[in-house]
Design a protein around this ligand. Structure first.
Ligand SMILES: *Cc1c(COP(=O)(O)O)cnc(C)c1O
Length: 259
């Protein structure tokens, strides 16, 4: 499936290093120890890599594509429960652009959809969760980089979606946070601006709708998570720095995120 993946020992070493870097960045920014969660992005890497990360205590994973995530995490679940029926199962977040026709599967396999980027998608998530009698967490994604294809293009439309949740129109959906991907650039000012924009939008939504439990800022990836921690991130989504590069073998249409 993947091209350049790391060995189990590499994954353990990478995870330890990234946890260290997160906690140094927390300290440097005067933030509480443990205030930033690490979401390990396992897209393009197989179930064996997820199991390797799990064995290092990594419990939260992010995936872009629903079908890939379902197959992989079903295999992980079977491996774990075969060894121990009461094993703790990993938590899975969907972080990639989600098409409406994938929502049913997405809500079946995940506890949070971080990439909500339209009110139509939100309504579909509510509808499917209603049918399943399941509650789900969502993050609303803001497009802050011009090269990104997903996310609300306008803060105003994101706020309208937050309003519809605040007004009780999506009883199966809990709005927990906001998410963004910074632009793909070496210009750290642009990256920092992107994270600040998201943080200000969260402040605005918190003051408009104080009853929403919106506390999370999902921002920062392998290349920029230290800046994100400085700017108030509560969850960094790190893929290649843990699992290795994804190579160049992805077919068109499978190239997601900041490939
Ligand atoms: C792939 C991806 C990540 C992780 O990116 P890396 O640069 O590999 O750390 C984070 N967030 C989203 C939305 C992604 O698509």
């Amino acid at each position: 499936m993947d091209t350049f993946t790391e060995s189990t020992a590499d994954i353990a070493r990478n995870l330890a290093r990234i946890r260290d870097e997160i906690s140094s960045a927390e300290k440097a920014a005067g933030r509480a120890e443990g205030s930033v969660r690490l979401c390990a992005v396992s897209k393009f890497h197989g179930a064996d890599k997820v199991l390797a990360a799990l064995s290092c205590g990594q419990m939260l994973f992010g995936e872009n594509r629903v079908q890939e995530a379902r197959d992989k995490f079903e295999s992980v679940r079977m491996t774990l429960t075969r060894a121990d029926p009461s094993a703790n199962l990993p938590e899975l977040h969907i972080i990639g652009h989600l098409q409406t026709n994938k929502v049913k599967k997405a809500v079946e396999i995940s506890s949070c959809i971080q990439s909500v980027d339209s009110v139509e998608l939100l309504r579909e998530i509510e509808k499917r969760c209603g049918q399943l009698e399941k509650s789900i967490d969502v993050f609303l994604e803001l497009r802050t980089g011009e090269d990104s294809k997903s996310g609300y293009a306008e803060p105003a439309s994101l706020i309208e979606s937050a309003r519809s949740i605040a007004e009780g129109l999506c009883p199966h959906v809990t709005l927990r946070g906001l998410m963004t991907m910074a632009p793909l650039t070496d210009d750290t000012d642009l990256i920092r601006n992107s994270f600040r924009t998201l943080r200000c939008l969260k402040d605005e939504i918190n003051s408009l709708f104080p009853d929403l439990p919106l506390t999370e800022l999902s921002m920062g990836m392998s290349a920029d998570f230290k800046i994100a921690v400085e700017e108030g991130s509560t969850m960094v989504r790190v893929g290649s720095a843990i699992f290795g590069g994804r190579g160049t073998a992805a077919s068109p249409g499978e190239v997601l995120g900041n490939a």
